[in-house]
Design a protein around this ligand. Structure first.
Ligand SMILES: [Zn+2]
Length: 224
């Protein structure tokens, strides 16, 4: 059985000390008593709304009471909060604060790890691109790698194939970049050209760029 304290709708005075009107009272043998007379005067009100804080404060409080108010239209008493010991509420607040801080720290750690993973992945993807396409400008290779390694994008760079940095995955990422950057593909799409047709129109241009990037820079130097 919970101790129930009432937030009265009408003006009530304490049956013992006659003080009033009372903001809160407890009914004993149908007579309202103030919290001081009912030995609850040392408790503090914790309004409802924070479930974790409420649970912790209740568990830490050796004495506590439920505060209710009668809702006329709904014809029922509704919980307004708890009366708990002030020290218990303070402990509960510290615990909840520690939780929030722990969660924040964990979020920071996770974000740092994700960032590190992305940077590592981007770096190795860049290396893989330059191994396959030695004449690709390094900053371009890095841009392709960074683009494809973006978390949650579902692009080739985050797929299982991209993770293993196999040749087809790396080539697909570079080809997609060339398609968008070095050909009029995007403009064709904007002009309403169907996607497959646009791809067909720029295919030769893409392969030309890729062929040039596959050449070893020193070999092309010797050819000059
Ligand atoms: Zn009283």
């Amino acid at each position: 059985m919970n101790l129930v304290v009432v937030e009265p709708l009408k003006r009530r005075h304490c049956a013992d000390c006659r003080r009033g009107p009372l903001p809160l009272h407890i009914l004993e043998y149908n007579a309202p008593r103030c919290l001081d007379c009912a030995d609850l005067g040392h408790l503090v009100l914790l309004p409802r709304g924070n479930a974790a804080l409420t649970r912790r404060a209740r568990e830490a409080s050796s004495l506590w009471a439920v505060v209710v108010r009668y809702h006329k239209r709904r014809k029922r008493y509704e919980r307004q909060g708890l009366l708990v010991e002030e020290a218990a509420l303070a402990r509960a607040e510290s615990a909840c604060l520690a939780d929030a801080e722990a969660r924040a720290r964990r979020r920071d750690r996770d974000a740092a790890r994700r960032a590190a993973e992305d940077l590592t992945f981007t770096a190795s993807f860049t290396v893989a691109i330059l191994a396959l396409f030695p004449s690709c400008p390094p900053d371009r290779a890095h841009a392709v790698a960074a683009h494809t390694s973006q978390r949650g994008s579902g692009r080739v760079g985050r797929s299982a194939a991209g993770r293993t940095l196999d040749e087809s995955a790396v080539t697909a990422a570079v080809r997609a970049s060339v398609r968008h950057v070095d050909t009029p593909y995007d403009a064709l799409l904007m002009a309403g050209v169907p996607r497959q047709e646009a791809r067909g129109r720029v295919g030769a241009a893409i392969e030309g760029v890729l062929a040039g990037w596959r050449e070893n820079p020193s070999a092309s130097d010797r050819a000059r």
